[in-house]
Design a protein around this ligand. Structure first.
Ligand code: PGA
Length: 256
């Protein structure tokens, strides 16, 4: 049976008390035996509240939305992998296009963040994706190849195996204009082939590639139907418990 991975990226939404209410509503809306892996990525400030509200509920795992590459020190405003581990984070989103575009995250910084997460046993979710300009100029695969090769540089195969890649076309994020399933499948194939070539990973079924960018309860099924798409990274549609629960139900159906 396929094990789909659905990640809810809350971005800068919800206070700690709103987060608690959200988790209480969501957990009532989904079945007790989910066959998809569900990851919640609240803002740093809501991580402890979400962890408490989950109370060890094994259906969910916790993710942070970013991490800094140093372990500790004079880095005002940053959060370390040790701190995330201590809060029970099993995953961390790294290299989201909003971080790349608005906060200057570079491929080299992303590489260091992935390395520190792996050192502390936190699974990185590496986001890659092309701009509209790149897509229209026929550069999608070149751009993604570069983001992957630089972000994963120096890692051994068994380390790469612990990484999840999220393909998120920049033009599809928060725009209501999702990629077509065909566009996603083509890019996922290229990503899988690159990982196979560079890291000689033949156990490809264990390597997760998610699609992200305007995923909704209405369109998620069309993505998850493909064997090439192992899950979704959901932004806007994960903020409402009903909408996120519907996405999870679709994933549940398709995993069977
Ligand atoms: P969106 O965001 O679903 O709101 O497009 C996805 C993401 O940025 O991860």
């Amino acid at each position: 049976m396929r094990r789909l991975l659905i990640v809810g990226n809350w971005k800068m939404h919800k206070t700690a008390s709103e987060a608690t209410q959200f988790v209480e509503s969501l957990s009532k809306l989904i079945s007790s035996a989910v066959s998809a892996d569900i990851v919640l990525a609240p803002p740093f400030t809501a991580l402890p509240a979400v962890r408490t509200a989950l109370a060890g509920d094994q259906r969910f795992a916790l993710a942070a939305q970013d991490v800094f590459w140093e372990e500790q020190g004079a880095f005002t405003g940053e959060i370390s992998a040790l701190m995330l581990k201590d809060l029970g984070c099993q995953y961390v989103i790294i290299g989201h296009s909003e971080r790349r575009r608005l906060f200057g995250d570079t491929d080299d910084g992303i590489r260091k963040k992935i390395a520190v997460a792996l050192r502390h046993g936190i699974k990185p979710i590496l986001c890659v994706g092309e701009s509209l300009d790149d897509r229209e100029g026929g550069r999608t695969e070149t751009v993604i190849r570069e983001q992957l090769l630089k972000g994963l540089a120096g890692l051994r195969s068994e380390e790469v195996e612990a990484v999840t890649v999220a393909y998120e076309p920049v033009w599809a994020i928060g725009t209501g204009r999702a990629a077509t399933p065909d566009q996603a499948v083509t890019t996922h194939r290229a990503i899988r082939e690159l990982i196979r070539q560079e890291w000689n990973l033949d156990i490809m079924s264990a390597f997760h590639i998610l699609y992200g960018g305007s995923v909704t309860p209405q369109n998620v099924g069309a993505f998850l139907e493909s064997d090439e798409i192992d899950g979704a990274l959901v932004g806007g549609a994960c903020l409402d418990p009903q909408s996120f629960a519907t996405i999870l139900r679709v994933a549940q159906t398709l995993a069977q």
